[in-house]
Design a protein around this ligand. Structure first.
Ligand code: UDP
Ligand code: MG
Length: 326
């Protein structure tokens, strides 16, 4: 029996890119041995994206559309796509053609070989710019040092998973503060990578500012590592050792520590700075706990196109979903 590939595409203000994306992707999908469905998740776009998607859904029954009630973020859109996909395998990709649709042929070949998780690794990111490339390198170096699980640097939100792997993401990993790409890399299954060259955006602008990426990186570190929480212990031990050294010096020389107003003020500022940073880190972890506890939905669906009743519908309340931690 012919297998089906579900292609999940997150869309946020992509009215210019969508027609080009549909044309390019559809022609590749039609050349595949597998049947396909194209699942577009409209993440609360304010431009004409939803109208374009409705039109595509009318013309092509393989196009399915899920419209969110507001913007929930790229990851929430991918999660909704995974929840609603009915294919034997799912591919997540961006709508701006930075993820070349031609790779789908190679992905299907790997799926045939029995791979359950296929990570697409960027060899070059033409439009990212030096700053984004350097910060991305720094982020992966840091997270790989801090976390027990290891991440593939240059992995992207372009990946393919089997139905079995998708089931894991449907039932577990329903976290509010999350790193979907990281989960995909760490759920196991037979895994492989495919290298691809990220193209330039065909139209529009990147929705990820450096500020957004920074907040995302902090969340991810908290998501995968408890090490920052241990900073307090290390700082305490360091302060105690310093105090003891001064004490021994005072006793042995009977001269006393270097005295003076400036020394005391500098030491005070230094110690308080460490203290407040640690309190701040604990605060961030409490914020994560709080948002998990509130159990708000990851996404809210307002409309669906081309979904037959009962098929491909997934009850978000049963698995509870929420927007990312602000
Ligand atoms: N996107 C989304 N919701 C958002 C931001 C982005 O669904 O809040 C989509 C966007 O339409 C695109 C993909 O996520 O298809 C990746 O976004 P973008 O190209 O802006 O990120 P970059 O490639 O610059 O990292
Ligand atoms: Mg992009």
């Amino acid at each position: 029996m012919c297998k089906m590939l579900s292609v999940v595409v997150s869309v946020y203000n992509e009215e210019q890119a969508l027609p080009m994306f549909y044309k390019a992707t559809k022609s590749v999908l039609e050349s595949l041995e597998w049947d396909h469905e194209l699942l577009f998740i409209n993440d609360g776009s304010q431009d004409g994206s939803l109208e374009i998607l409705r039109k595509l859904a009318k013309e092509d029954e393989r196009v399915k559309v899920i419209g969110f009630s507001r913007n929930f973020g790229h990851e929430a859109a991918m999660i909704a796509g995974i929840d609603h996909a009915v294919g034997d395998a799912i591919v997540c990709m961006d709508a701006d053609l930075q993820h070349p649709p031609e790779c789908l042929t190679e992905i299907v070949a790997k799926l045939h070989e029995g791979y359950g998780v296929i990570n697409m690794v960027r060899t070059r990111n033409a439009s990212a710019g030096i700053l984004k490339n350097i910060t991305s390198f720094g982020f992966y170096a840091l997270i790989n040092t801090l976390s027990d699980v290891k991440f593939e640097p240059n992995a992207s939100d372009f990946f393919a998973i089997s139905r079995q792997a998708a089931d894991v993401l449907r039932k577990s990993y329903r976290e509010r503060v999350r790193f979907l790409r990281g989960y995909v890399q760490n759920i196991g299954f037979k895994k492989t990578t495919i290298a691809y060259e990220a193209a330039d955006r065909v139209a529009g602008e990147s929705k990820y500012s450096i500020r957004k990426l920074f907040a995302f990186s902090v969340n991810t570190i908290m998501c995968f590592s408890n090490l920052p929480l241990k900073l307090g212990i290390y700082a305490g031990v360091f302060a105690a050792l310093m105090g003891m050294a001064v004490m021994v010096y005072t006793l042995l020389t009977r001269k006393g520590a270097p005295s003076g107003y400036a020394t005391i003020v500098i030491l005070n500022c230094f110690m308080f700075a460490i203290l407040f940073v640690i309190v701040g880190i604990i605060g961030e972890y409490i914020a994560v706990l709080f948002s998990e506890l509130k159990d708000r939905p990851i996404y809210i669906v307002e409309e669906k196109q081309n979904f037959c009743d009962g098929i491909g519908t997934f009850c978000p309340t049963a698995h509870s979903d929420t927007p990312p931690h602000p």
